[in-house]
Design a protein around this ligand. Structure first.
Ligand SMILES: *Cc1c(COP(=O)(O)O)cnc(C)c1O
Length: 457
């Protein structure tokens, strides 16, 4: 097998698509810390979680014992419309860089939402429908998650209410209209439609909003309505579970040609794509079957892993969601307004946080001008116009490939290309016009965010 010529794109057959998601927590000896109930400080139960989230999703959230969870047939049928996603050998990029490294990327941008988020959106909408709910609420920043969820809800005939961070609502009208095309109701956040929104507006008049604040509004909108639940597109363990389809397909594609990855790289916002990509490989490593280098890439302007603290924190500004132990900058942290590249959440998935803390995964932070340089370089050679988020992974994959050029090592580098950047052209414009700046928060700014973290365990 090893000598078989490797094509530009490794496709799997439909029949080779995963039939089960992989839950890496089952193979972790030291598990991620449990979610805590903000009211009692006790670990969350399925019953308590189910007041906010769908029941089956609450069970998945707390399940750290079953390694494999069957993917229901209706979800697999939907997956088949845009999966399996290709694993691409970046021959042209390798040549241009003059590197002996072999570079592969798993491309998740091949659906209308333009990112991997649809993998979890369809699962969450399915379980909401199964439960007999009327609809779901959520928040969206740049809009990829809201778009993915709108698509999933329209497929299953569910009502979808999206709270969109106000700055994005105004700057990204096209995203907003895609969501409305799929039937979603989109409200700029903070809004006057919720108590927490009104409170935030009173405290910070004219604010352009934040993800944490939009989450609070979406949770309130769900819990104050009959037949609604809240769904979240990242950070949670259930989301990472659904995203394991990325890693399972990647592993199957590599296996087909007898390829062994050395370095696996992904961008990290809340951690779901990276977590999903590396999960099966981390599992192999935890079981002692293989060894890999895992690298999380985050923006210097929102450095939760590289400069945050590993403590219990609120997942939202309104402090109504469960508390999670994670690397965090504090739930009040809002990245500088000049930050254009997404990945702006203050915390990180509890599973990835634990893997990072155990030294199984590394983290790097990169400047946004370096990220856009890599994005443009990649677009001109490999053709795909990457999302700025994805370009964080491209940056570090290129850096690693350049290192190989210097050392002559023939490493195999795999990275996650999470999506396309067609709706980010205003950020690209800033970059092209030389108007993009880099911002690294000062120690004082980081400290100010950290000082507001609750003092728990
Ligand atoms: C949302 C998003 C991300 C970051 O989210 P994670 O949960 O960290 O994966 C990365 N890339 C794209 C294209 C996204 O839409």
């Amino acid at each position: 097998m090893a000598n078989k010529e490797i094509p530009y794109k490794i496709y799997l057959e439909e029949s080779e698509m995963p039939k089960e998601w992989y839950n890496v927590r089952a193979d972790m000896k030291k598990k991620p810390a449990p979610l805590l109930d903000p009211a009692t400080g006790k670990p969350m139960t399925v019953e308590a979680l189910s007041r906010v989230f769908c029941e089956e999703l609450s069970r998945q959230e707390l399940n750290d014992t079953d390694a494999w969870i069957p993917i229901p047939g209706e979800i697999r049928d939907f997956y088949k419309m845009y999966r399996p996603a290709p694993l691409v050998r970046a021959y042209c990029l390798e040549k241009k860089l003059g590197t002996p490294a072999h570079i592969y990327y798993k491309f998740e941008g091949n659906n209308t939402s333009g990112s991997h988020k649809l993998n979890s959106a369809i699962a969450q909408a399915y379980y909401a429908k199964q439960q007999g709910l009327t609809g779901v609420t959520t928040e969206t920043g740049a809009g990829q998650w809201g778009t993915a969820l709108s698509m999933a809800c329209s497929y299953f005939g569910l009502d979808c209410k999206v709270f969109m961070v106000k700055s994005s609502y105004e700057l990204k009208p096209f995203r907003r209209e895609v969501m409305r095309t799929y039937g979603a109701d989109v409200t700029p956040s903070p809004s006057t439609t919720t108590a927490i929104g009104r409170q935030i507006l009173a405290e910070f008049p004219g604010t352009s909003g934040s993800l944490g604040c939009a989450i609070s509004e979406a949770v309130e909108a769900a819990t104050s309505r009959e037949g609604y639940r809240y769904v979240l597109g990242s950070v949670l363990s259930q989301v990472m579970l659904h995203q394991s389809v990325i890693g399972l397909e990647t592993n199957a594609a590599l296996d087909k040609y007898g390829i062994k990855a050395d370095i696996i790289i992904g961008c990290a916002g809340g951690g779901s794509n990276l977590g999903g990509l590396i999960a099966p490989f981390v599992g192999e490593q935890l079981r002692g079957e293989a060894k890999y280098q895992f690298i999380a890439v985050e923006p210097k302007s929102c450095p939760s892993l590289t400069r945050g603290k590993y403590v219990y924190d609120y997942c939202d500004t309104g402090r109504i969601c469960p508390l999670a132990k994670m690397y965090t900058l504090g739930s009040g942290f809002i990245p500088a307004a000049t930050h254009a590249g997404g990945l702006r959440y203050h915390g990180m998935s509890s599973t990835l946080s634990e893997l990072y803390d155990q030294g199984i995964m590394e983290a790097r932070s990169v400047k946004q001008t370096e990220v856009f340089e890599a994005a443009e370089y990649f677009a001109r050679i490999e053709g795909i116009l990457p999302a700025p988020e994805s370009a964080h992974a491209i940056r570090v994959a290129m850096d690693e490939a350049i290192k190989c050029r210097e050392t002559g090592e023939e490493k195999t580098i795999v990275f996650g290309l999470t999506g396309t950047g067609y709706f980010d052209m205003m950020s690209y414009e800033k970059f092209h016009d030389g108007k993009m700046t880099d911002y690294t928060p000062t120690d004082e700014e980081i400290e100010a965010g950290l000082s507001k973290i609750p003092n728990i365990g």
